[in-house]
Design a binder for this molecule. Structure first.
Ligand SMILES: [Zn+2]
Length: 322
C-alpha cells in the first residue's frame, strides 16, 4: 500500500508548491499597466452591398442600353413612353452581340383564347432604320392595349450592325443567311458564290448558326415557341409571306408578294424546315417614320394573318390525321 500511495502524496505536494511559486512570480513580474485587460474594439468591416449576380448585371446593362438606343430609332415617341418600355424589357441568357451589346425583348401576354404567339423582330439588318420604328411603335402600343395575341418583340436583332449602320453584323455577314437551315451545308456558300457572285452584303458565314446574334434568335424560337414570326425590313415595299395559302388582308401601299426564301434565311429555317409561318415586312422607303398611326393597322393585320395561318395549318393537320 505504502509503495503505491507514496508517489501520489509527493505528486500532490509538488503541485501545491508549484502553484504557489508560479502565482508569486506572476504577481511580481506583471507591470501595473497590464493588470487590467484593455477592451480593444476591432474595426468593424463596413457593411457591403450584396454582390450583383451576372444576371442582375446583364439586366442593368440591358436597361441602360435600351434607354440609350430606343431614342435613336427614328420616329416621334414620347420620352416617358420609351422609359416605360425599357422598364419592361428582358433578355435571355447569352443574348448578346459579337461586341457584347444586349439583344433585348419585350413581351405582352395576349387576352384571347384564340390568340397566337407572335415573335416580331427588326433591325436584323442594322442599316434598315425604319424597321426599328415599326417594332418600337408596336411595343409602345402594347403598353396601352389588351392584345388578342401574345407578342414578343425584339427591336434590335443586330446591335453591332445598328451601331455601325451596316446591314451585316460586325463579322461582316448577313444574319438572315446564317440560320442553320437543313440545306445550309450543301447550298448556302455555294449559292452565295455562284448566284450572288460573293456579294459581301449577303455572306452567309463560315457555318449555319455561327453567329451569337443568330444563336440568340434561335434561343427565342426554342423558348418562346412562336406560332408566327414577323421580320421587319426595308425598302422593297412588299409583304412577303412564307406560310400556307390564306385570304390575306390588304395593307396599302405594301403588296403581298411571295419573294421566296433562301438557304440560311429565317423564312426557310422556320417555314420550310419547321412549318412555322414567317411574314417578312419590307417597308417602302421612310413611310414608316412619317405615318406612325398606319403601323397600328399593320400590327392588327399581321395579328389577323397569324390567326388565319394557324387555323389553316391546324385544318390541314386535322385532315392529314383523318
Ligand atoms: Zn433587310
Amino acid at each position: 500500500m505504502f509503495n503505491k500511495l507514496g508517489p501520489t502524496v509527493i505528486l500532490i505536494t509538488g503541485v501545491a508548491i508549484g502553484y504557489g511559486f508560479n502565482h508569486f512570480i506572476s504577481v511580481v513580474d506583471t507591470p501595473a499597466d497590464q493588470t487590467e485587460k484593455k477592451v480593444v474594439e476591432k474595426p468593424q468591416p463596413k457593411p457591403q452591398k450584396p454582390k450583383k449576380s451576372p444576371e442582375e448585371i446583364l439586366m442593368a446593362d440591358t436597361q441602360k442600353y435600351c434607354n440609350e438606343n430606343l431614342n435613336k430609332i427614328p420616329g416621334q415617341f414620347a420620352a416617358d413612353h420609351l422609359k416605360s418600355i425599357c422598364e419592361k424589357v428582358k433578355i435571355l441568357p447569352n443574348c448578346t452581340s459579337v461586341e457584347g451589346d444586349p439583344i433585348f425583348h419585350m413581351e405582352k401576354e395576349g387576352v384571347s383564347k384564340r390568340g397566337k404567339r407572335i415573335l416580331a423582330l427588326s433591325l436584323i439588318h442594322g442599316d434598315e432604320f425604319p424597321s426599328g420604328t415599326v417594332a418600337l411603335k408596336w411595343m409602345s402600343r402594347l403598353l396601352d392595349i389588351d392584345s388578342r395575341n401574345t407578342w414578343r418583340v425584339i427591336p434590335i436583332a443586330n446591335p453591332d450592325g445598328w451601331k455601325k449602320g451596316t446591314r451585316m453584323n460586325i463579322n461582316g455577314l448577313d444574319l438572315n443567311r446564317n440560320f442553320p437551315t437543313n440545306d445550309w451545308d450543301d447550298m448556302a456558300l455555294d449559292r452565295w458564290k455562284n448566284q450572288k457572285k460573293s456579294d459581301p452584303r449577303r455572306y452567309p458565314g463560315p457555318g449555319g448558326g455561327s453567329e451569337p446574334e443568330t444563336k440568340c434568335l434561335i434561343s427565342h424560337i426554342q423558348q418562346f415557341k412562336p406560332d408566327f414570326i414577323i421580320s421587319v425590313h426595308t425598302p422593297y415595299g412588299i409583304l412577303d409571306f412564307d406560310g400556307p395559302e390564306i385570304d390575306a388582308p390588304h395593307f396599302y401601299p405594301l403588296q403581298w408578294r411571295r419573294f421566296g426564301n433562301f438557304p440560311g434565311s429565317l423564312g426557310r429555317y422556320m417555314w420550310k424546315d419547321r412549318q412555322v409561318p414567317v411574314l417578312t415586312i419590307e417597308l417602302k422607303g421612310n413611310d414608316a417614320i412619317t405615318k406612325l398611326e398606319e403601323l397600328d393597322k399593320l400590327q392588327d393585320i399581321t395579328g389577323l394573318v397569324a390567326i388565319r395561318a394557324d387555323e389553316k395549318l391546324s385544318d390541314s393537320e386535322k385532315k392529314s390525321n383523318n
